[in-house]
Design a binder for this molecule. Sequence first.
Ligand SMILES: NC(=O)c1ccc[n+]([C@@H]2O[C@H](COP(=O)([O-])OP(=O)(O)OC[C@H]3O[C@@H](n4cnc5c(N)ncnc54)[C@H](OP(=O)(O)O)[C@@H]3O)[C@@H](O)[C@H]2O)c1
Length: 304
Amino acid sequence: MAAASVNPIDARRSEGYGRKLLSVIGAGRFPLVLGNDLAGTVTAVGSRVATFRIGDRVYGAKPASAEGTHASHVRVKAAHVLAAPEGLDLHALATVPYSFTSMWLAVRGAGLSRENAAGKNVLVHGAAGALGLLATQMLSGWGASVTAIARESNTKVCLEAGAIEVVGRTDKLFVSLARSFDATLNFATWEDDLALLGCLRDGALGHATTVHPLLGNFDRLGWLRGALKTISQKRLHRRVLPKGTNNYAWVLFKPDKAAMHDLRQFVEHKHVSLPIGLRKPLAEVAEAFEHVKSGRRGRALVTP
Ligand SMILES: NC(=O)c1ccc[n+]([C@@H]2O[C@H](COP(=O)([O-])OP(=O)(O)OC[C@H]3O[C@@H](n4cnc5c(N)ncnc54)[C@H](OP(=O)(O)O)[C@@H]3O)[C@@H](O)[C@H]2O)c1
């Protein structure tokens, strides 16, 4: 490993978040090695792997497991990594794959794609965060007009990522944008999910969120009540979708072949990147987690 990022999910899993549902895939109980993102150099390959050789520089993201990437060495399926383009820094590459894939799944869940994005008006909540910046970079690259919701102090970073305008997140100013958007993406807070649906126009493509209460419902309420609560919350939100809008998605990260394809292209053309806020060796990983928990700017990286 050259580096792995610490994402908000790692900080939350370290406090027990997701333990119920993730236990189904053996990723809910301590001892856990956290971390999804990885960037490094191949030191061994399986006998049936033809795509990579020892010495190749790679980056990618592992699905949730108890064998995460905050480690000196990581075992990963060849399908979950890409060759690192020459000249690109492995630390920079370690920040992107997990967030890009989650963002990409949300974009697809809202009904947007490379083919239909041009000319669409898209509202992105949490636009100055990792998923928000990557969505703004990708969608503006596809020709969509992105309106960003962010703290006023983050206006510049959203405009630099490609947003056409930035609405301050305080006082829920975005509510005044009712019925204007083809798609809405929520990377900020579940509390605002219903209000965001009110920003979709009739016949819009749809909405997706990465900040839904699915994992928390099972943690708090157990299997049965957690499932019932989840179904009723989803139904309630689906019911307020404007006429003719079909897509409404709660995203859960998992590696995706089509997302990897777009990730490779955007990385190779240097169209996506995230700021690095902190780098710490594994022995000081607690400081990297603290950086994430306190919401400081830039991704935190851990290095062996
Ligand atoms: N379901 C999944 O599989 C999945 C996958 C990836 C990420 N996620 C979740 O998706 C969210 C975004 O991820 P990320 O990596 O982009 O996180 P991030 O870098 O921490 O960014 C989150 C952004 O949301 C904004 N925000 C947070 N709380 C808010 C609130 N109460 N009101 C308004 N804005 C708020 C923050 O704005 P400020 O900068 O102004 O504070 C920040 O810019 C996180 O909650 C993460 O856990 C879920």
